[in-house]
Ligand binder design. Structure first.
Ligand code: HEM
Length: 400
């Protein structure tokens, strides 16, 4: 009987996972959505499962699942020539976990078979390209995120060579998948940091927005999957082939000073953001979907949306695409620094240098929200394009 050890050995010497995938030769139907996004493929009765296959990696362009786990790895020196084998092994694991099937020689087949939505994506940090001497394969505009004046970054929860990000609705299923992926990665890499988060999508929001721990409705003006400009904002259109149809994930772990935030009165809290706490409407309007008019004045002649309000400072600007933000809340058992709760602010961008860095620089200088928030972790990962067939490499061909 095969064991995980013999399987991993096989993957290293002969690409066993890829071979196993080739034997099954499956191609999930309905994978190439005309809009360039992965389309959910109905599988089990009553469950619209996300498919591991598609033009883009799974779950990025779909509604946030309730929980997320991020694992950032640092590559072991001994495994620098084994990226392709590691990716083959992960591809097989991801295909199975996302289809509720046991892994090869699975020590916990009952848990891997749990039904429920789960999406797993992989990404590569700037440090990996450097380590492997393949900087020429980096996406356009991709680099380590510089430190900003507001940052209090902790090295041990920042950066990373390789990211695995899992999202799901069932915490047990997610915990098993996370353990399995870590187990199968242990030959190749060590864990640099791990982070869990949760989302709380508002059932009555037509915009898919959620509440964060400051009580605000978050996500109103984020790029919307299906909108005409979504693909241009999120998926890479230029750059190395392995990344075409991929994206870049900007990750910022932002601690919230909730004790001092709680002391602000209701009106002041709303002015810090520029939107109402009750329903996310602009301050001078009534509905979340109402137009944010930055020229409007209040009765006293002052701007209805205050000058240093977060939404005013965060405007994308003329001719720019709205940012696709997909944050999760976090509450840590033990505070890394200062506060144990906050936001895992995440955005998916086609070009980080153009879409994220200038905006972050501006917010770091002028955003009133900075008085109650502090970035303590930071990382960026290039996410390869999706796989159309199970035999396609998880890395988009970067290492093969
Ligand atoms: C803990 C930190 C943060 C919190 C609590 C927060 C919260 C919010 C809220 C409540 C909104 C209004 C509703 C919406 O459109 O989503 C918003 C909008 C926005 N935020 Fe943040 N945000 C944070 C950090 C950031 C960062 C770091 C960036 C970018 C570097 C950013 C970029 C944006 C953008 C682009 C908008 C939309 C502005 C518009 O077009 O109206 N936010 N944020």
């Amino acid at each position: 009987m095969s064991t995980r050890r013999t399987f991993i050995k096989g993957a290293l010497i002969g690409g066993a996972a890829a071979t196993a995938a080739m034997v099954t030769g499956e191609v999930v139907a309905g994978l190439a959505h005309p809009s360039g996004t992965s389309s959910p493929t109905p599988s089990e009765p009553g469950v619209n499962k996300l498919t591991p296959l598609g033009l883009n990696q799974p779950g990025i362009a779909s509604a946030p699942l309730k929980h997320t786990r991020l694992i950032a790895f640092d590559l072991k020196e001994t495994a620098e020539t084994a990226m392709s084998a590691w990716m083959s092994l992960l591809a097989d694991d991801i295909d199975r976990l996302m289809s509720s099937q046991p892994l090869l020689a699975d020590p916990q087949p009952e848990l891997s078979s749990l039904e429920g939505q789960i999406a797993i994506v992989v990404g590569f940090g700037p440090s990996l390209f450097k380590k492997l001497g393949i900087e020429d394969q980096q996406p356009l505009g991709f680099s380590e995120i510089p430190s900003f004046a507001i940052d209090n970054l902790q090295e041990k929860i920042s950066g990373g060579d390789v990211l695995l990000m899992l999202s799901g609705d069932d915490v047990l299923q997610l915990a098993n998948a996370e353990r399995a992926l870590i187990r199968d990665s242990s030959y190749f890499a060590s864990i640099r940091w791990q982070q869990s988060g949760f989302s709380s999508v508002q059932p009555d929001s037509s915009l898919g927005s959620q509440r964060n721990l400051m009580g605000q409705i978050d996500g109103t003006a984020s790029a919307k999957p299906g909108a005409a400009s979504f693909g241009d904002s999120v998926w890479a259109k230029r750059g190395p082939n392995w990344h075409m149809g991929g994206t870049t994930l900007v990750y910022r772990k932002i601690a919230m000073q909730l004790d001092t935030w709680d002391k602000l009165d209701h009106d002041d809290k709303e002015k810090v953001i520029g939107r109402k706490l009750s329903n996310g409407a602009p301050l001078n309007k009534s509905k979340e979907t109402d137009f944010l008019d930055l020229t409007a004045k209040s009765a006293n002649g002052l701007p209805a949306i205050p000058t240093f309000a977060h939404v005013r400072q965060a405007q994308a600007g003329e001719g720019k695409y709205p940012l696709f933000r997909k944050p999760f809340n976090y509450v840590d058992e033990i505070a890394e620094v200062g506060s144990s709760a906050g936001l895992l602010w995440m955005a998916y961008v086609g070009n980080m240098a153009e879409q994220y860095l200038p905006l972050q620089e501006k917010l770091a200088t002028f955003d009133l929200l900075n008085k109650w928030t502090q970035p303590i972790g930071s990382a960026v990962f290039a996410l390869p394009k999706g796989r159309l067939h199970k035999t396609d490499p998880l890395c988009g061909g970067l290492f093969s």
